[in-house]
Design a protein around this ligand. Structure first.
Ligand SMILES: O=c1[nH]c(=O)c2[nH]c(=O)[nH]c2[nH]1
Length: 306
């Protein structure tokens, strides 16, 4: 082939954002699972792209139907299990499907309280935080990356920032007491890549504990920089969970500026702040175990990170 010929590079395709609500109604207290599922296949789809030959193209409509049918047939044990079941199905069914990417966002619902008791079948959306998961398969290997986003946290003291270099462009005052606030996006990769080992994991319990650990570290650490807080959050998760191989954290620094009330003859001992919207510092880090090889396949197409 002459250099300069135009060829197909990496590609994937599927149905994005299949909104799926499953009601488990085997007991009087119904349970709801509210998901936004994106399913994408990878493999040799050159004939379709180059010649319009669809003989190997599992229609995105069929991929969408499979999402809903599997929710009925298999239920949704956890988002991670559901995505792994979907992925295994497509690889088992179509020999030319070599891998894929299956993503789910999960929206949390709590029970409405009536006369002090949780209602059986009435729910209220709890906050804006979203649980996330991306399952990627390549032949027999499966990578599961779970996470959360839009988890907004603030501490009203216990945060300092000083000792940074100063040049002619520096105006920021040093502080030993400030508000620290951020919206945490966290992704963590599970170490196993075998379907059986992954299926044995209790992903709901792991999610709850990783989330609690992240929040506890944010609260606990007397912080000298948001960077230090990020690292501590990840460090604690890795210390507690051998099954987690590494984490990626992305935290905007939601600046809160002390308002100067002197023009009005008022002092302001850390009580009144302007919550700035933008620009914001953006702190991102991978926290991993020493000597561990990088696993780019697991992170391919996980948004927001290189
Ligand atoms: O925790 C912080 N890290 C920074 O790198 C930084 N830069 C800045 O202006 N404020 C802060 N705060």
């Amino acid at each position: 082939m002459a250099s300069g010929d135009i060829v197909l590079g990496t590609n994937q395709y599927g149905k994005a954002e299949c909104r799926l609500v499953r009601v488990d109604r085997d007991r009087p207290e119904h349970r709801i699972t509210d998901l936004n599922v994106t399913a994408q296949l990878r493999g040799d789809f050159t004939a379709c792209h180059v010649d319009g030959d669809n003989s190997r193209v599992v229609a995105t409509d069929s991929q969408k139907n499979t999402v809903y049918a599997f929710a009925r047939q298999h239920g949704v044990r956890t988002p991670e299990h559901f995505l792994m079941t979907l992925g295994a199905h497509f690889l088992d069914t179509y020999p030319w499907v070599e891998g894929g990417r299956w993503e789910a966002e999960t929206y949390a619902w709590g029970r409405i309280e009536v006369d002090g008791a949780p209602h059986d079948h009435s729910f209220v959306r709890t906050g804006t935080e979203v649980r996330t998961c991306v399952v990627q398969k390549d032949g027999p290997a499966t990578w599961v990356v779970s996470g959360l986003r839009d988890c907004v946290v603030l501490k009203s003291t216990g945060s300092e920032f000083h000792g940074f270099p100063r040049d002619r462009w520096t105006t920021l005052a040093e502080t030993d007491d400030r508000i620290m606030a951020t919206s945490v996006t966290a992704w963590w990769r599970y170490a196993p890549t075998g379907q059986d080992e992954l299926e044995a994991l209790d992903f709901d319990a792991l999610f709850a504990d990783v989330r609690a650990t992240l929040l506890e570290a944010f609260a606990d650490l007397h912080s000298l920089a948001l960077q230090q807080t990020l690292f501590e959050m990840g460090r604690r998760v890795l210390e507690r969970h051998g099954v987690v191989a590494e984490l990626k954290l992305s935290c905007p620094n939601k600046h809160h500026f002390l308002v100067d009330l002197e023009p009005f003859g008022l002092d302001n001992p850390g009580e009144v702040f302007l919550a700035a919207d933008r620009p914001y510092g953006l702190i991102q880090a991978t926290i991993t175990r020493e000597g561990q090889p990088e696993v780019p396949q697991a992170w391919a197409s996980v948004p927001g990170f290189a």
